[in-house]
Design a protein around this ligand. Structure first.
Ligand code: ATP
Length: 420
């Protein structure tokens, strides 16, 4: 076992390795000013560190020096205590997953082939590769039977990105580098991908370094946030809580920007709230029994789960037509328990149920969160924030997220609305 591998195994639950940058600089040929000027940084094993900063500040250059896509002009980078110059570049890259915008899949290769590139290079046998592909597709929320033989052009942007993540994880690398991984998809898909990534990370505990231009994404995803200014000078490197509450300097303050009380919502997770239980039913169950159960619970709707407890839909009781429970074929937007309260508000606004279904590991059903629980929690947070900074003006209606949902509709009203 190499040092890198043993470092990765030292803590049972952490499979990542520490990354250290020591006085690292990069001067591109023909340029006077360094793109990266003497950065020193430690990324702890098993954490997600988000690099943010204005365009051209050196985020991508710093990231690409970690897998030697770009060679530093000076300084040392080590992973798991080993200087990365001690390894052949190809070998190094096989121990580092790399995920970029859009997934960057090879268009002429099937999904399975795209995912198996590194395992093949590592000489895995074909049955091990096949099992790994299926395991990873499952992990990123794609049904292996349906997707393994498809080509990238037959996938949506979000699905391509998921395959890109699966490919980055294929050989179980301790370190994963991500460059604007969710930049090319719509906001709802982006939120889902972020939640999925957080859920995967909860299981795998890799060391993840991720470049983004979006401070909200950085606050949501990062165990730590690195705010860079030109030349990759570190403006602040701290937890999201500290970055929001105590910006280190004017640059960090400007970068975090206005609306930081709204951003604080990104610190609170659905998992911090008390979930409600709802009536659930599994595929194939007797519909009359399910209706009876729902009525006893005073529920007008039921959450249909597949055999692995993953929610498929949330039909009203009157929509249960046959004698058994079938897949309601709804495009149900779930909330991962790591989703932020900000995400929750957005999801609830489109849900039509006055709440949202919350899922945990591997998308398994956990419970339901409703408007009132979220708005009460937000109001409590606002009160606490105002008490902390009693001199600061109270949040105006533009900034008060609770104001986005003024009165929570009743289930009856929602059911009526779903008919029209
Ligand atoms: N191959 C290159 N040759 C010369 N200069 C480069 C090269 N790549 C990047 N640069 C310059 O180095 C600086 C840092 O670029 P880098 O791509 O690392 O920034 P970034 O923070 O990732 O930017 P963005 O957010 O726009 O992607 C910029 O001034 C850029 O123009």
């Amino acid at each position: 076992m190499t040092t890198l591998e043993s470092a990765a195994k030292s803590d049972e639950s952490v499979s990542g390795a520490e990354i250290c940058l020591d006085g690292v600089s990069k001067v591109y040929p023909g340029q006077k000013a360094p793109a990266v000027d003497n950065i020193s940084l430690t990324v702890p094993a098993g954490e997600i560190v988000m690099f943010v900063g204005p365009s051209g500040c050196g985020k991508t250059t710093t990231l690409k020096m970690i897998n030697r896509l770009i060679e530093p002009s000076s300084g040392t980078i080590s992973i798991g205590g080993e200087d990365i110059r001690g390894k052949k570049v190809d070998e190094l890259r096989r121990t580092i997953g790399y995920v970029i915008q859009g997934g960057s899949l090879f268009p002429h290769m099937s999904v399975a082939k795209n995912i198996s590139i590194v395992p093949k290079l590592l000489g895995w046998d074909s049955s091990r590769i096949k099992d790994r592909v299926d395991e990873l597709l499952d992990l990123v929320g794609l049904d292996p039977a349906k997707y393994r033989s498809r080509y990238p052009r037959e996938l949506s942007g979000g699905q391509q990105q998921r395959v890109g993540v699966a490919r980055g994880l294929a050989a179980d690398p301790p370190v994963i580098l991500m460059d604007e991984p969710f930049g090319a998809v719509d906001p709802i898909t982006r939120q889902r991908l972020q939640d999925e990534m957080l859920s995967i990370q909860r299981e795998l505990r890799k060391t993840i370094v991720c470049v983004t231009h979006d401070i909200d994404e950085a606050i949501k995803m990062g165990d730590r946030v690195l705010i860079l200014q030109e030349g990759a000078h570190v403006a602040q490197y701290d937890t999201p809580e500290v970055v929001l509450s105590s910006p280190a300097n004017e640059f960090a303050q400007d970068f975090v920007g206005a609306g930081s009380s709204l951003k604080r919502l990104s610190l609170a997770r659905i998992g911090d709230l008390e979930l409600k239980s709802a009536t659930t039913a599994v595929l194939g169950e007797d519909a009359a029994e399910v209706k009876k159960r729902a009525e006893a619970n005073k529920d007008r709707s039921v959450i249909v789960l597949d055999e692995r407890k993953r929610p498929l839909g949330w039909p009203w009781l009157r929509q249960l037509k046959g004698s058994t429970i079938v897949d309601p074929q709804q495009d149900l937007v779930n909330l991962d328990s790591r989703a932020t309260l900000n995400d929750a508000l957005d999801t609830m606004l489109v849900s039509g149920h006055g709440g949202a279904v919350v899922t945990g590991d591997r998308d398994a059903y956990l419970g339901v969160v409703d408007f009132k629980t979220v708005t009460d929690f937000i109001e409590e947070m606002q009160r606490e924030a105002e008490a902390e900074t009693s001199s600061a003006p109270s949040a105006d209606s533009d900034e008060n997220p609770a104001a986005r949902i003024s009165i929570a509709p009743t289930d009856e009203e929602l059911e009526k609305a779903s008919e029209s």
